[in-house]
Design a binder for this molecule. Structure first.
Ligand code: SF4
Ligand code: SF4
Length: 529
């Protein structure tokens, strides 16, 4: 066999002129990722593998997936993700963060009663929900970025459904054994031994479900306190109901429905399918290299005819969603890459280069099939589309950080009374009433000066400072991390006209933070400005 000139134009199978020409078949490795430089493979003509298992219905009854144990670099990465992601989820409510005596010391807390969200040094108030919205936008953009760069990596490694399904599959393996033992047990009649195994396994499922639901409620209250109260039977009923619902949900979705959630329930695979393009990295079977597939024996008899795939189905056996990646990219593939680990082992055993199944772009697969070199993975990841997503993601993140850095810890809202809009006083002056909300977002009590500006001759008093002490400004204390609601009365001299004016709130500490609210002073129609 001859090695083609790399500078020569590669024959194009779609070009009728080229189709007539004999095509060179190198006996050197042409895979994009060859482990052993001395290993060789034969490039065959692009060949469409059979598509025997394409679903014919909108919903197909679930066939149990008994995926086989596999070891390899992607499996080890999944182990790491399985340690990190649930580890963070279960541990986060127990982390402490000192915010002083007036605020909770739980690092991550959704304080529903006081309408606060705490995350380490950040405290989000209800009127700052735009920060949460910004974080959600960043999460969405992050998924777009990851999907366009490395395909469905979120689904394959970090999605809770994937991680918990993986966990349940390991419980299956621990209790019932690996693939063949589980298949035999599934097909076996119900004996006391099988009942005992199932009861043991489902008890572990329930324990995982309970731990998952139990950890969730700890994000909504002081974790050590709720933990004690929960097991003493003193927690609020909503805690027990929430844990029960989440336990059932975890066991149902992760323990029993598993890949059906990804294939039928989750919208993300559909969205990602729309976002992938021919330059996105996906897990791909290189049919130009693997087809026609045939057993080792057949290939030994007729080596020129067969491709590298020995049809051992190890890639199918290890797949957690039970699909055959050789049938092409499909929605059931979560790109966990376990089939890459399996096939790489097979290729090593039969002395062929790794990468028959590999992370590759469709564009690179076509290039490789033509005998050309694939692009560098960095050029695949750092392309205009991913850079644009990255820039937008970074801009949103920096904007949020900037807004956090410059935000004021003082707030003021004012609501004028509408009925009656004004009162005539005995000296002929006019009085308007207002409800003021003074926000102290610091975790210490603070004193504020509240003043009336832009209303000539006006004085102010409140429900705690009597009319005798009415003045242009009053001093008010607001407890730590609280909003104080107060009634304020503003009196203007006789003949005052209707006009807008401002309440100005100034903190009497080193920060001298201010907040102001424009409002309206009502007067009889006859009073002219
Ligand atoms: S593991 Fe590799 S060789 Fe075996 S069937 Fe799958 S693609 Fe073919
Ligand atoms: S086909 Fe491969 S990458 Fe896709 S889900 Fe199955 S094992 Fe994971």
């Amino acid at each position: 066999m001859t090695i083609p000139d790399p500078d020569a134009r590669a024959p194009d199978a779609r070009d009728p002129a080229d189709a007539q020409k004999p095509r060179p078949k190198p006996d050197r490795p042409v895979s994009s990722a060859v482990a052993d430089p001395s290993a060789t493979t034969v490039r065959h003509e692009p060949h469409e593998p059979g598509r025997a298992h394409l679903p014919q219905k909108m919903y197909e009854k679930r066939a149990a997936v008994h995926n086989k144990r596999i070891d390899g670099r992607f499996r080890r990465f999944k182990w790491a993700m399985m340690a990190v992601t649930p580890g963070i989820y279960y541990a986060a409510p127990w982390l402490r963060w000192d915010r002083g005596p007036y605020a909770p010391d739980q690092a991550v807390l959704v304080d529903v009663a006081n309408r606060r969200f705490y995350m380490f040094g950040i405290e989000i108030w209800p009127h700052e929900f735009y920060f949460v919205a910004g974080l959600l936008v960043m999460a969405g953009l992050g998924l777009f970025l990851v999907t366009s760069a490395v395909g469905r990596a979120w689904c394959g490694y970090a999605c809770p459904q994937t991680v918990w399904t993986d966990l349940f599959q390991h419980v299956d393996r621990f209790v019932d054994g690996d693939r063949n033992a589980r298949m035999r047990l599934d097909a076996a009649p119900w004996t006391w031994g099988k009942v005992a195994r199932r009861a043991f396994k489902w008890t572990i499922y329930l324990a995982i479900g309970f731990a998952t639901g139990g950890a969730w409620v700890l994000y909504f209250a002081d974790a050590p306190t709720l933990w004690r109260e929960f097991f003493a039977g003193e927690a609020a009923p909503v805690a027990y109901v929430t844990v029960a619902i989440l336990t059932v949900l975890t066991v149902t979705l992760g323990g029993f429905m598993r890949e059906q959630v990804c294939i039928y329930m989750c919208p993300w695979p559909r969205i990602q399918t729309a976002m992938l393009d021919e330059k996105s990295l996906i897990v791909t079977y290189k049919d130009w290299r693997g087809e026609p597939r045939g057993s080792v024996k057949k290939a030994e008899k007729n080596p020129a005819h067969f491709g590298d795939c020995i049809d051992c189905r190890q890639c199918v056996a290890v797949c957690p969603t039970g699909i055959d990646i050789r049938e092409g990219p499909q929605v059931g593939c979560i790109t966990c890459a376990l089939c890459i680990d399996a096939c790489d082992r097979v290729m090593a055993d039969v002395g062929r280069p790794r990468g028959l199944i590999d992370y590759a772009t469709l564009e690179d697969c076509e290039a490789e099939a033509r005998g050309e070199k694939p692009r560098s993975p960095w050029r695949t990841i750092l392309r205009p589309r991913t850079l644009a997503y990255g820039l937008i993601w970074g801009a949103v993140g920096l904007s949020l950080l900037f807004a956090l850095g410059v935000r004021s810890h003082t707030g003021l809202t004012v609501s004028p009374d509408r009925n009656p809009p004004f009162m005539m006083m005995s000296d002929g002056g006019l009085r308007n009433s207002y409800t003021l909300k003074l926000r102290n977002m610091e975790s210490r009590p603070r004193r504020f000066r509240i003043a009336v500006e832009g209303l000539p001759g006006a004085v102010l008093w409140s429900d705690t400072v009597g009319k005798d002490d009415a003045a242009k400004a009053q001093i008010i204390s607001v407890p730590a991390d609280q909003t104080r609601t107060m009634r304020a009365y503003v009196a203007a001299p006789p003949g005052a006209s209707a006009q807008d004016f401002t309440f100005r709130l100034t903190s009497l500490d080193q920060q001298h933070e201010t907040a102001e609210a424009l409002t309206h002073f009502s007067a009889p129609q006859g009073n002219s400005p």
